[in-house]
Design a protein around this ligand. Structure first.
Ligand SMILES: [Zn+2]
Length: 533
């Protein structure tokens, strides 16, 4: 660096300006932004799974894949069909109420609590006693069993979203997935769940959550994918109304929330009231697809191994209007990642790199419905499962501030994480682990579908440090724009930041494809268990 500076002063000032900038980049943000603009246009109506808007987006992506010279690697050309079931609540015929000694206190869907159709798959009518189970977690690795000694047979369990502080992030995230949590609750005999949102970790305010509560949910068709067998219904509870649940129990929600804020252990006790639940659920079949393109590797020994670069091309479609706008465009979520996948394919054509392994460019459907497209691909990959060596997932990487820090989800879990950190450092970017573990981000996007199949994965975003002005910018973005109509192309985006992020991703992709050894989970990583066989 010093030498370079000297040369700068003495010799060729114009060249030095270039040399001192961020490393040479194959990107300038403009082609990326053009793809984002197409995907987030109002005419695509928010790319809801199963919609014409999503089909248009997919036709455009296939066009880009072809232009970039990718080989089709789906089941039907670039397409891998995915069959889904859709669940929609008929609210006019449904109700929730707290009941004590025959006295019935109705709950308001808009203000107090609503049925989650993700966990309410069939119409149901029942009244049952409730038990508060803390965070509702059973984590054998940490000798935590919040269900021990409680009689949960035929009961509805109430839990606070979150986990105790002494549980490592990855472990906590894993056990908080609906399927994992339900396993132990089901074994204990529970029949329904009420999740009280944790005021300390809500990305989106209740008013906005409640606004879209009746948006239909989906799951993959086929029993192999049903993770909540035996669960009769699930309810999401507004923490601002949660005091009513605890009436007569000897505890208050204020006390629970105060403990939950610092992730302290929570008490467990029977509640004094029962819940009366009646849900009328309508079911429908939906057809969608993932898109799979392949760039073949050149090494005779390694070309049958694959590095996956993934993003989700779906978003949440049309919803309740906010400020008169009802189209949830999903420019950053995940138009930004889908655009990157297309842009990366084009960049590898324009500036070819001899890749030893093959690369799969994967644009999945139904991420917003619960990581469904990626779950389907991971269960039925179009290349042999064992040949997938890594997943680099790009979802809402948020180039809304200059790129000085990269937040690497999965940083400490695998070689892929540590290689990503090294590449960031080599570019003068500071790599950090997730500074907000309570958001459970490592299990909240498509990389998790690969992780569960044993494949090392990362999701990497433009980052910030706690207590900085940047943290405020991100917090405000989540509060106002995440899953809102304002996540559109009218928001300010830093194209240089996006370009540098793309360059970083290109290097990670190339290094992973060319590394003689495939990435491994760290010996102390929790997620290593999935790679056991
Ligand atoms: Zn997303």
């Amino acid at each position: 660096m010093k030498k370079l500076l000297m040369a700068c002063l003495l010799l060729v000032p114009a060249l030095c300006v270039l040399a001192q900038q961020t490393p040479v980049s194959h990107f300038d943000g403009s082609s990326w932004w053009a793809h984002v603009k197409f995907l987030a246009d109002d005419s695509l109506e928010g790319r809801d799974t199963g919609s014409d808007g999503l089909r248009k987006a997919q036709a455009y992506a296939v066009e880009q894949f072809k232009k970039a010279g990718l080989e089709p690697a789906g089941a039907d050309g670039f397409y891998q069909p995915v069959s889904l079931l859709q669940f929609e609540l008929d609210e006019s015929k449904s109700s929730l109420a707290l009941v004590k000694n025959g006295e019935r206190k109705p709950l308001s869907f808009a203000d107090d609590a609503y049925f989650s159709t993700r966990s309410t798959r069939e119409s149901v009518k029942l009244t049952a006693p409730m038990v508060f189970v803390g965070y509702g977690l059973k984590i054998p690795e940490k000798n935590l069993d919040e269900l021990a000694g409680l009689d949960l047979k035929g009961k509805i369990v109430v839990y606070l979203a979150g986990s105790p502080a002494d549980i490592p992030t990855a472990l906590a995230s894993h056990y908080q997935t609906a399927g994992e949590r339900w396993k132990s609750l089901r074994a204990a005999g529970a029949i329904g769940v009420i999740a009280v949102l944790n005021p300390a970790s809500m990305d989106i305010p209740w008013s906005r959550i409640s606004l879209n509560r009746n948006h239909p949910s989906m799951d993959l068709a086929g029993e192999e994918f049903n993770e909540t067998r035996g669960l009769q219904f699930g309810v999401i509870f507004n923490p601002a109304s949660a005091e009513s649940l605890f009436t007569g129990s000897g505890h208050t929600f204020a006390e629970i929330a105060a403990l939950g804020k610092d992730r302290k252990p929570l008490p467990h006790f029977a509640l004094a009231q029962s819940l009366q639940a009646e849900a009328v659920v309508l079911t429908e079949k939906v057809e969608s697809a993932n898109l799979v393109g392949k760039l073949p590797g050149s090494d005779p020994a390694l070309k049958d191994e694959y590095v996956v670069l993934s993003a989700h091309i779906d978003h949440i479609g049309i919803g309740a209007p906010i400020n008169g706008d009802k189209i949830y465009n999903g420019a950053m979520d995940d138009g930004s990642g889908s655009a990157l996948v297309m842009d990366m394919a084009a960049s590898l054509q324009a500036h070819p790199e001899k890749l030893r392994r093959s690369v799969i460019f994967l644009l999945v459907t139904a991420e917003e419905k619960g990581l469904l497209g990626s779950k389907y691909f991971a269960a039925h990959p179009t290349v042999p499962a064992k040949s997938i060596v890594a997943d680099i997932n790009v979802d809402m990487f948020l180039p809304i501030v200059p790129l000085k820090i990269l937040k690497i989800e999965g940083l400490e879990e695998s070689d892929l994480g540590s290689n990503a950190a090294k590449i960031a450092q080599s570019m003068g970017i500071k790599p950090i682990a997730d500074p907000e573990p309570l958001r459970n981000a490592f299990i909240r996007s498509d990389q998790y579908s690969f992780i569960k199949k044993g494949v090392p994965a990362v999701k990497i975003d433009v980052g910030f440090e706690l207590g900085t002005p940047e943290q405020k910018i991100f917090k405000e973005w989540l509060t106002n724009s995440y899953h809102a109509p304002s996540d559109d192309v009218n928001q300010p985006v830093d194209l240089q930041s996006a370009a540098t992020y793309e360059e970083f991703t290109r290097r990670l992709l190339i290094e992973t494809a060319n590394d003689p050894a495939r990435p491994h989970w760290k010996s102390d990583s929790f997620f290593r268990r999935y790679a056991a066989d």
